[in-house]
Design a protein around this ligand. Structure first.
Ligand SMILES: NC(=O)c1ccc[n+]([C@@H]2O[C@H](COP(=O)([O-])OP(=O)(O)OC[C@H]3O[C@@H](n4cnc5c(N)ncnc54)[C@H](O)[C@@H]3O)[C@@H](O)[C@H]2O)c1
Length: 258
């Protein structure tokens, strides 16, 4: 990474290969689009193979290089295979975004269903660890790069009735800092984005009254958009962030400023 490189232009990711998990929908899709618009060759990895393939076709039609791979981030072998496929087909890996995630059911901690606890932790925390474990060696072998993990304000604050989600996202924050320390001098910058509530399909399950409550948590007076989160991820993955390591980057409409 060049600390003297200047700002963002249409080709800031030209020559970089990126892997985005959970890229078939919402924030991951917006990030894949943003990186492709910046010139990256993008692997869209998702459980939802059809959605990822559709998004990759859209990017290819716009002139970008994009491929889709199926991944289940709860399965280490699947993650290993996806990272290998991305690096083999595009010729190395430089950038990764560990974004795949689920909300899980809501219930107080004393009644939280055991199987739901495992499912949310497996997706939102184990999945980020498995991804880092395979992405880091691939990025090192490609000469260095950057990684963004998708945390949440639920990774910095408690949120009632979401014990598994908040525990997983707090775990993502700790994992981000630890991995960043380990690789800061080796050419891999690792950071986390901390979105507030963002208007994506993940929130579609909420009834309108609950959505209003969520809006009210943001002094900005609205939910964020996937594109606003993508812009922060793009900054962190770019050379513009060349001295940014191991830190949390809020995109939260002042949620955490209270
Ligand atoms: N929407 C929000 O309010 C919000 C806020 C903070 C953080 N986040 C985080 O942002 C990330 C993306 O969320 P979103 O709102 O775009 O949700 P989304 O539901 O629109 O997208 C999530 C994507 O992850 C994929 N996915 C789920 N489980 C997977 C698995 N096991 N393996 C591979 N892919 C899997 C889904 O198929 C989907 O395409 C998540 O980590 C979420 O926790 C979301």
């Amino acid at each position: 990474m060049n600390p003297n490189s200047t700002p963002h232009d249409a080709g800031e990711f030209t020559g970089r290969n990126a892997l985005v998990t959970g890229a078939a929908s919402g924030i991951g899709l917006a990030i894949a689009r943003r990186l492709a618009a910046g010139g990256a060759a993008v692997t869209l990895a998702d459980f939802n193979q059809e959605g990822a393939a559709k998004a990759a076709a859209e990017l290819t039609a716009s002139g970008a290089t994009a491929i889709a791979v199926r991944v289940d981030v709860t399965d280490p072998a699947s993650v290993e295979e996806a990272v290998r496929t991305a690096a083999d087909r595009l010729g190395g890996l430089h950038l990764a975004v560990n974004n795949a995630g689920i909300g899980g059911v809501t219930a107080p901690t004393g009644q939280y269903p055991l199987e739901e606890w495992r499912r949310v932790i497996a997706t939102n925390l184990d999945g980020v660890f498995y991804s880092l474990r395979h992405e880091i060696p691939a990025i090192l072998a490609s000469g260095g790069g950057a990684i963004v993990n998708m945390a949440s304000t639920c990774g910095t604050h408690g949120f009632p009735n979401t014990p598994a989600y908040t525990a997983a996202k707090h775990g993502v924050v700790g994992l981000t800092k630890t991995a960043a320390l380990e690789y800061a001098a080796k050419g891999v910058r690792i950071n986390a984005v901390v979105p507030g509530f963002i208007d994506t399909p993940l929130l579609a399950a909420y009834d309108p009254a609950k959505r209003d409550l969520l809006v009210g948590l943001h002094p900005a007076g609205r939910l964020g958009t996937a594109e606003e989160v993508a812009e922060m991820a793009a900054f962190l993955l770019s050379d513009r962030a060349s001295f940014v390591h191991g830190s949390l980057h809020l995109v939260d409409g002042a949620y955490a400023a209270r």
